[in-house]
Structures are given as C-alpha cells and as structure tokens.
Ligand binder design. Structure first.
Ligand code: PLP
Length: 436
C-alpha cells in the first residue's frame, strides 16, 4: 500500500504526500515519485477475483493503493467518472491474446492514465480556490488524451501547446475541437520549443504568484496507478493455470512499470517482455547491464520514439538497482520498421486482426519470447486503435482499412486555437490575461 507516502527517486529518504505528488507531477529535486512501500493485495481480493467486474477491480486496487489519502468511500465515484470504457482481451489462438487498450475517448491507452489523473487532480484541488491551470506541451498523442481527460472537469483549465505543422491533422483535431476549459495553443516552433516554454512558465515568479499552474506529464504517479488496473483485468480474462507472459510495446516505459506495480501487488504475471522499435536503450540494458541514453530516431511506431526512457528510474527503484533481478523478470527485444510492417501483415493474414504499429511491435516481442518458452500463455498490449495510423496500416495490408467512427466524426468538427510566436513573454501574458 502506498500509505500514501511517496519518495523521490533522486532521494530515497525523502517523503511526500500523494496530494503533493499528484499536483506537482515531478519531485522538486527532479526525481520521480514512487511509493515507499508496496504491500500485496489481501487474500480477500483474490477469493472472488474471477467474479469481479472491470470497475470492481479498479475500485478495489485503487482503494488498496490510495486509502487513506483518498478515503475508501470516495473511490467508487472517482473510478466511475474516469472509466466508461474497459480493456477487452481478444484471443487470437491457443497461446496468444491481445489486450485492447484503445476503447477510450482518444483511442489510445493513455486515456486510462489521463482520465484518472484528471479526476484525482480535481479531487485534490479545492473548488473554492482559483482554477488549477494544467499547462502541457504535446508532440501528438498525449495532448489528445489529456484534453479528453480534463474536458469539463470542474475547477480545472487546460492549456495545450503544440508545434505548428508538426502534429498530424488528426492529432491536431484531437487537441483543438474541445471547448470550455481546454485551450489549444499553436506555437511557431518545434516540440522542444514548446517544452522549453512550459518549463520557463513554471519557473516564472509572476506566474507562480498569480496563477495556480500544474503539469500533467506522463511521469505523474496518477497516470501510473490506473495503468496497473488493466493488467489485473487481462490476467482475469485469460483465466489460465499456465505461466503468463505480457509483452508491452514501450517508449517511456510507464506502461511496463505499471505492469511491474501490478505484479508487486501479487498479480501472477510470470514474465514481461519489453518490446521496442529501434529506440532500444532498455533492451540493450537488459542484455548488457549498461544504460546509455541516445537521441531518439523516428519510426512508424512513433509514440515509442524515446531515446531516454523516463521511467527507467522507477524500474530501477522497483528492483533495487539490481540488473540481475530485472533481467530475469523482463526480456527485451527491438524491431525495425520493416519487421513492424511484416508483423501487421502477418497478424492480419493469420488471425484476421488489424494491429496498429505499436501493437505489432508488441506481438513481435511476444512471438520471440514464446519461441523459447512454448508452454507459456502470452498477452500483448494493443496501445492504440489501428485507424490512428491508417496510412501505415493501408501500406502494410494493401487495402483501404476501415476508419473508427470517432475519427470520422472528428473530421467534421471545426477547430479553434490560438497561435503564438515561440516566445515566453507572449505565453506569460496569455496566461495572466486568461486566468487572473
Ligand atoms: C505512449 C505510447 C506508447 C508507449 O508507452 P510508454 O508507457 O511510454 O512506454 C506505446 N504505444 C502508444 C500508442 C502510445 O501512445
């Protein structure tokens, strides 16, 4: 149980409350928040595990992790507000199943984290105070999930910076078609410029005095916690006595870290596969014990183009920095774009199933592992709906693949956003004008 004392990975003897961790995202010393103690779930949780609904799983795991920082009786409401979608497991053959994580509003697994984080932030932010202003930079996918998560959440305003002309037209629609409390801002610059502007805004003394700024980045502990829920659901739906291995298509390794958290809570997952594209810092670490960050390389599975995975510190924290333990629990494999395209084709030919490029990498990792461990039952995670990557999928499959109705609807919505130069002072004025 978190007992709701957290520490910063930069200083193991530090101590923070859950509220502080959720509202600040990153520890003041630059480390990531982690629970001091992770206590396995009680026997009572397991006695009727196979009868629980998805919602019940979420509620009970959240209660175990968050009480008393969030009292038990307040948790069902949080869960109901966060999740009106689930994570179905689809069996492809006797050995392989796929966990579909794309049934949320932005059609990607980041919805689980963003929806729950939004509810938890609203919970911790007293409505009587000035609005909490969430300021984020996005290179694409995260912004859509954050916008959908916070849309119409009382007491919270969201400002999303995106680089002009550098997000896909569809991703831009996912940022700019909300109203009310979501403001999209196009910056005449790169994604790095957007991130720098966010960082500078957080350091600005005038802003600090007059605006209640907060971040919603992917390293917030409030995004990690809900991502553990669907690992429970996956194991429950698979319902097997065999060893279970889960392959996680990974970039920043938040998803895989959430799986490790579920395992620490007692979930019987025997092994994890860290599946990456050619940005393979972690598979190399698992093979050699050496972690060397590198600039990221662009690939078809672009949400995993990460050269310095931020959750590596958390993985190390869970394993007490011992490489031996980590590598006996996790295998790493990396794949090229060419292999990803053939994998999409293979999965369709073999199972009549359409996997997005990220899921296809997950499938490849699982396949590699199962070759050596043929008795295990495998699950790979499908982290996005395939029609978000229609061009790539059509190229791999050589036909016009169907578009998800949510994306079709989006095409007809009109966009609204503010355009700003790459300048800290104009952003500052915008924030002061809007929120004071
Ligand atoms: C963000 C993302 C990933 C990578 O997840 P991490 O938690 O950063 O490892 C994989 N697939 C999709 C579709 C994503 O959006």
């Amino acid at each position: 149980m978190f007992h709701v004392e957290l520490y910063s990975t930069a200083n193991p003897s530090s101590s923070y409350s859950l509220k502080e961790a959720v509202l600040t995202g990153l520890a003041p010393d630059g480390g990531l928040f982690m629970p001091h103690h992770i206590i396995p779930l009680p026997n009572s949780f397991w006695s009727d595990f196979y009868q629980k609904s998805f919602n019940q799983i979420c509620i009970e795991v959240a209660q175990h992790l968050l009480h008393p920082a969030v009292p038990n009786q307040d948790i069902p409401t949080l869960i109901h507000r966060a999740f009106n979608f689930e994570a179905p497991l689809v069996q492809l053959d006797d050995q392989i199943s796929v966990l579909e994580l794309f049934h949320g509003p932005s059609l990607a697994f980041k919805d689980f984290g963003a929806q729950f984080m939004a509810q938890l932030m609203a919970y911790f932010h007293p409505k009587s105070e000035k609005p909490l202003v969430i300021l984020v930079a996005t290179s694409g996918d995260t912004g859509g999930a954050v916008a959908a998560g916070f849309h119409n959440v009382p007491g919270i305003q969201v400002v999303i910076l995106f680089p002009k002309g550098k997000v896909s037209p569809l991703q831009q629609k996912q940022l700019t078609t909300f109203d009310n409390n979501v403001t999209a801002v196009e910056i005449d610059g790169s994604f790095d410029d957007c991130q720098t502007m966010v960082k500078k805004a957080f350091l600005d003394k005038d802003l600090k005095k007059s605006v209640n700024l907060s971040s919603a980045n992917s390293i917030n502990i409030a995004r990690l916690i809900p991502q553990s829920f669907y690992f429970f659901s996956a194991v429950q739906q698979l319902n097997t006595q065999n060893d279970i291995v889960v392959s996680v298509p990974s970039g920043n390794f938040g998803n895989l870290t959430a799986g490790l958290l579920a395992q620490s809570l007692g979930l019987p997952i025997k092994h994890f596969v860290a599946s990456t594209n050619i940005n393979d810092v972690i598979p190399i670490y698992l093979r050699t014990g050496r972690f060397t960050a590198r600039p990221s390389i662009q690939t078809l599975s672009n949400a995993m183009d990460v050269g310095n995975p931020s959750n590596f510190d958390r993985m190390q924290a869970l394993y007490g920095s011992t490489w031996n333990h980590m590598k006996s629990d996790i295998s790493g494999y990396s794949f090229t774009d060419k292999q990803t395209l053939s994998s999409i084709k293979y999965i369709h030919d073999q199972y009549e199933y359409i996997a997005d490029p990220h899921a296809a990498v997950g499938f490849l990792g699982l396949q590699s592992y199962l070759r050596e461990n043929p008795k295990a039952r495998g699950i790979f995670l499908a982290t996005a709906h395939h029609s978000k990557f229609k061009q790539t999928i059509d190229q791999a499959l050589n036909f016009d693949t169907p578009v998800h109705p949510v994306l079709n609807r989006l095409k007809n919505l009109s966009e609204s956003y503010i355009s700003l130069p790459n300048s800290n002072t104009t952003l500052k004025h915008l924030l002061l004008d809007k929120f004071t």
